[in-house]
Design a protein around this ligand. Sequence first.
Ligand code: GCU
Length: 330
Amino acid sequence: MTNKYSKLALGLVVALPAAFSSVSAYALEAVTLRLAHNLDPSHVVAQTLEKMAEDMKELSDGKMKLRIYPGGQMGGPRETLEMLQQGALDMTKGSASEMESFESAFSVFSMPYLFRSKEHFNQVLFGEVGREMMQLPKEKGFLPIAGYVAGERSFYAGKPIQSPEDMKGMKIRVVSTPTTNKMIELLGGSPAPISFGEVYTALQQGVIDGAENNEPSYYQTRHVEVAKHYSEDRHTSVPDYLVIATQTWDALSEEQREILMKAAEMSEKYEQVLWDKEVQNSREKAAASGATFYKVDKAPFRAALQPLYDDAKKDPKKYSWIERIEAVGK
Ligand code: GCU
């Protein structure tokens, strides 16, 4: 550490936010960052974060540690993102939908059928557009530092949903945002804003008729036990993000940020490999637990959801993100 850094470090020890759980005498050299998320430890993204903790420790010679609180112990993403803003927690995981109420640009990921392919999605998430978007919430108290692919979301319920007709009158759980709520309404259902951890019981008790998610989340949450019909309409691709509190970020030294960002970049690559395997694995295991997967004609869904794009045109800021995304790879 240079003199400049050690001086900065000493200054920061005093001003350090409560978010830091432990800081050694050599301040910024040793740090333990607390990370809370709402996923089961077996989830791909949860495993990725565990791996990132190992990588960060190794890259920093044991000086930089992550203490991870999985499974929603500190609340859902809304709560943990708010904790980040208040400086009460260092890091969390937030999906783009969960971040929409904090930064409206992320709403584009809830736009159905926006991405032409997995390649298109990856070019956006890991390219100029995605990286620029990640800088936006910094002034609002948190900064996404890694993006994780999360496949495509489809509907599942106690019956197949092969056309919007089938959804008439059904109560469907969504990560509640103006875009996702409108999506369900346009398909003839009613949206239910239930937290991820409560979806199983809500399905079991008939509080809701269905939900929507990617295959790994469908299987790992055991929703498969209470909603056996998974209809592959593949309406959205909503990435997850690893997010750090701006206060914590500002308090790290250049050296620590470099290590953190290196580990974050490694975690993005690791997660992509794990994800592809996990989708296949989850499909097989879900089928073995009694799930049926249905191929679905997307055209009637696309047509029913067109008004979301007509609405977006009225919001020039949002629409310019959509146009930029559509232009990627063309
Ligand atoms: C996915 C996503 C999570 C999100 C969850 C949900 O599993 O990876 O970040 O919380 O969906 O539907 O709430």
